[in-house]
Design a protein around this ligand. Structure first.
Ligand SMILES: [Zn+2]
Length: 95
């Protein structure tokens, strides 16, 4: 029985990691994953990221931010296909 629990504890890290890369809480998603692993895994993959990576300091900042809160880098107003796709998705009411 113990190895099964260990496998579950390990597999719970996968959706937690995916959610973290999209700016969500690692801890909350890990607990979520322990209880509902298959659902959490799908949910984490479907999450749309509301963050983008700052080109200067590589920290995650909100997609709407004009200035990086970590290093003060000003973002150009030019839109990238990635940012546009996220905004379109969010405006449609996607979760
Ligand atoms: Zn920055």
């Amino acid at each position: 029985m113990i190895p099964v629990i260990l496998v579950l504890l390990f597999l719970g890290l996968i959706p937690a990691y995916i959610a973290q890369t999209k700016g969500r809480s690692f801890g909350a998603w890990y607990v979520y994953g322990l209880f509902l692993l298959p659902i959490t895994l799908i949910h984490s993959l479907l999450l749309s990221s509301n963050d983008r990576k700052c080109p200067q300091c590589a920290e995650l900042v909100k997609i709407d931010a004009k200035i990086c809160k970590h290093c003060g880098n000003k973002f150009e107003e030019q839109s990238s296909p990635e940012v546009d796709a996220v905004k379109r998705n969010r405006d449609k009411g996607g979760w």
